[in-house]
Design a protein around this ligand. Structure first.
Ligand code: BMA
Length: 801
């Protein structure tokens, strides 16, 4: 049987004349940080101070000990090198690499002598490589002033509109020695399908043989549960098909369970001795993308096990700008945060990574569908060498690696590049140069079809299905709704019904405690130097303020600015999701930009860079619940809408109240809605329930069970809010403190910023609107020193203009 020796210990990183201990997997920045040689780039403006690190070459060293193996072959295997590296063992150069998204294997068979042999990995700055390729192939348009499209490296490490420019290098994934004889499993591709009640795994495998192993009969055995199937073969490839009768289906969360089956592939020699083994978990489900034309345009609906699904999505970016720091535990924490917000689809965005298997394992377990972009974002990408063969190799490797995962439902060619070519004036400067079209419409669909034909492929996001329509035409395929954040007001989400909204979002600062930690000593202001440094979007704060000014008077002080920008973020996303979900099945998904952050920053994220939940996260939990009650416009007037994504029918008795800001009920009525499973039902709001927009103090409250929808006919700054009054009571209950707030007036978007009580404190509610007399209990955990005055200082609510 193959032997594996991990090579993660004993590395050093050479810095000037000294050698500092190096972590493998790891990267230069985290090693320098651990050695106290650079300040934490996430704090203050240290990012700028450490920019030199990305421009330098670096070297990692270790020693391979003397070899005590009886195996015929020894391979040195790197799962990932970031990025431009030369690997040498003793005097011998083993190879050179230029792609972060691939693994590398070198034959290092042979004795190393008593003392072993030095192993060195020399990294050239990614800038040197990217700039050289750019010089060779000619510049191409992109969205940021960095050469990220000229090198196969996580694009956002060069900086993004939410990310710092921290161009690192290092051995970012595990490295090991593999000792083997006769043959090893070089490639295992399980094609998982469902045929009636039978689950089928067709394993296509390729083996590599030693010279003495050539031509020897081998057996490949596939075991699923207690059933085994095998074939004998003497070449370098074989196919073994294993059937699982009455297979339990894997479902996205909310649609059923996530049964996973252990699938084990064993390679045996003619004596029956095991040579190599591969094991993963697989899940049985079918997945299709329905993009048929209809009276509304070209649809874009995911269909799993025959069930058409409205995707409740979020976009995922690398969870750390230094991805070697992302542990399995951290993936689980972040993805659980997504699942607990009601999310059922995560789109892995093309400026980041093909994530580690740990990510997809958690998605398999939680029933989170994964839409995986190929790694191209916001740029024209050259199709010539040396990039073309890297792209092909990387695509084949990652499609193969990820195909066991039941959660993976879609491969997508790129982020915004087809759109950029057509609508961002790229065509003229390109002057006929290649720009990536051949990847998205040629190479990548071919790689997916050849490697994993069980999954749908879509050329890009946004993309309309053909060049007949502009890539971002909302009536066709996927659309990104960015005009609204960039230029208008969030109420403009209501102007159309795209078939699938793959990106839209609104910025807000991170939690207070996150900013406080990131900006030590700074007096926080919306435009203080650190706050601005941790805002990477072009005119980001201008957009925040203009977005705010449509609804509120922009407050001069930081605390209220911080609160209101977070309210605006939640309201913006709510406006989009409520509207688009209410138009199911014409619209078949919303993928909020973005779930997470990669450092502490003002961004579109729902979970900030220190893992704290922004009010948007709590709002998502309401917006993405199976049942959503909302007030929308239908046939020219307000209607109450019941969106029911559960399997069971929802019969909603909705109590409607037309109220005033003082709590007076002007009219009351009941409407009954019946929404069969996975449908939407609506009913017009009766005329006498319509709040009078002219009065500036009337609004509509719709209640169904514990769900509530509110409709204010005028904007906040025109609304006659009362001066907010409430009572607060604290009740200690074991390790939590219940904060009981009783409203004495209308309280709109009441928020307890628990992290202001203590950096460790978390609350179980986000924004809450209370009518006069209503009471809510907010449970706070992680708060050792309960104090009513502190609570009052951490409670915010909308105030009269
Ligand atoms: C789209 C995304 C990202 C970006 C976001 C916010 O362009 O694909 O590139 O971060 O919008 O501007």
């Amino acid at each position: 049987m193959k032997d594996v020796t991990p090579l993660t210990e004993g590395w050093t990183l050479r810095h000037e004349a000294a050698a500092v201990p190096a972590q493998v997997p790891g990267c230069v920045h985290t090693d320098l940080l651990a050695a106290g040689l650079i300040p934490d780039p996430f704090l203050g403006a240290n990012e700028t101070e450490v920019a030199w690190v990305g421009r330098r070459d670096w070297r990692y060293d270790t020693v391979l000990g003397p070899r005590a193996t009886s195996h015929e072959r020894t391979d040195l295997v790197f799962d990932g090198l970031d990025t431009v590296a030369e690997i040498s063992l003793g005097e011998r150069t083993l190879g050179r690499t230029r792609n972060m998204h691939r693994g590398y294997r070198f034959d290092v068979t042979g004795p190393l002598g008593e003392a072993g042999a030095p192993l060195a990995v020399r990294f050239t700055s990614a800038y040197t490589e990217a700039e050289a390729v750019r010089a060779q192939l000619g510049d191409r348009p992109n969205s940021y002033p960095e050469p990220f499209q000229f090198i196969r490296k996580m694009a956002c490490s060069f900086g993004w509109d939410w990310g710092p420019t921290l161009v690192t290098a290092g051995i970012w994934k595990p490295v090991r020695l593999e000792h083997w004889s006769t043959a090893r499993l070089a490639l295992v591709r399980p094609l998982v399908t469902v045929d009636g009640a039978t689950g089928r795994v067709e394993v296509r495998l390729e083996v590599e043989r030693t010279a003495s192993g050539a031509g020897r009969p081998l057996t490949a055995e596939v075991r699923i549960g207690d059933r085994a199937t095998s074939v004998r073969f003497d070449g370098t490839s074989a196919t073994v098909t294993a059937d699982v009768p009455d297979a339990a289906l894997w479902w996205p969360r909310g649609y059923g369970d996530q049964p996973l089956y252990d699938c084990e592939v064993t390679l045996l020699d003619e004596s029956g001795a095991a040579l190599d083994q591969w094991s993963r978990r697989v899940g049985f489900r079918t997945v299709a993308l329905d993009t048929s034309a209809d009276e509304h345009g070209t649809g874009f609906t995911l269909v799993v096990n025959g069930e058409r699904i409205f995707a409740r999505g979020v976009n995922w970016i690398p969870d750390d700008v230094f991805p070697s720091r992302i542990t399995p535990r951290r993936y689980r924490e972040r993805l659980t945060q997504a699942a607990e917000a009601g999310v059922d689809l995560v789109r892995v965005w093309g400026g980041g990574l093909y994530e580690s298997d740990d990510f997809y394992d958690v998605c398999d377990e939680l029933g989170l569908m994964v839409w995986q972009d190929f790694l191209f974002a916001c740029a024209a990408y050259p199709e010539e060498q040396p990039l073309r063969s890297e792209v092909e190799a990387e695509a084949r490797e990652n499609v193969t690696r990820l195909m066991p995962h039941a959660s993976l439902v879609l491969w997508n060619g790129n982020n915004e590049n087809l759109w950029g070519f057509r609508d961002w004036q790229w065509e003229e400067p390109l002057a006929g140069d290649s720009w990536g079209e051949g990847y998205y419409l040629g190479l990548l669909p071919r790689v997916v079809a050849e490697t994993d034909p069980t999954r749908p492929y879509w050329p890009g996001s946004p993309w309309s299905g053909s060049w007949d329509h502009r890539p971002n035409d909302p009536a066709h395929g996927t659309a990104h709704a960015w005009e609204v954040w960039n230029r208008t007001d969030y109420t403009d989400y209501l102007t159309d019904v795209p078939r699938f909204v793959a990106e839209f979002g609104w910025q807000a600062p991170p939690a207070y405690a996150t900013l406080r930690r990131a900006l030590p000593g700074e007096e926080l202001a919306p435009d203080s130097p650190g706050v601005l440094h941790h805002q990477k979007a072009a005119d980001g704060n201008g957009k925040l303020d203009r977005g705010l000014a449509h609804h509120f008077a922009v407050p001069p002080d930081f605390d209220r600015w911080h609160y209101l920008t977070q309210v605006n973020q939640a309201r913006a996303v709510a406006t989009g999701v409520e509207h688009w979900r209410s138009h199911w099945p014409v619209c078949a998904g919303t993928v909020v930009w973005q779930l997470n952050d990669c450092w502490p920053v003002t961004s579109w994220a729902a979970v900030d860079g220190d893992a704290r939940l922004k009010p948007l996260w709590f709002e998502l939990r309401r917006l993405y619940a199976d049942r959503l009650l909302t007030v929308q416009t239908r046939d020219g007037g307000p209607a109450v809408v019941a969106v029911n994504q559960a399997a069971d029918a929802w019969r909603a008795g909705v109590r409607l109240r037309r109220m005033t800001a003082d709590g007076e009920v002007l009219a009351e009525a009941r409407v009954d809605l019946a929404a069969p499973g996975r449908t939407v039902a609506h009913a017009a709001v009766p005329d006498d329930l319509l709040p009078d927009a002219g009065s500036a103090k009337e609004f509509l409250v719709a209640d169904a069970g514990d769900l509530r929808a509110l409709h204010f006919p005028v904007r906040d700054r025109e609304f006659a809010y009362p001066a907010p009054r409430y009572d607060v009571e604290l009740i200690q209950r074991g390790d939590r403190v219940d904060v009981v707030v009783t409203a004495r007036t209308l309280l709109r978007d009441l928020l307890l910023q628990a992290d202001r009580l203590a950096p460790t404190a978390v609350a179980d509610h986000g924004l809450l609107t209370l009518l006069p007399g209503e009471r809510v209990t907010i449970a706070v955990r992680g708060w050792e020193t309960p104090d009513a005055e502190a609570v009052r200082a951490a409670l915010f609510t909308v105030e009269p203009a």
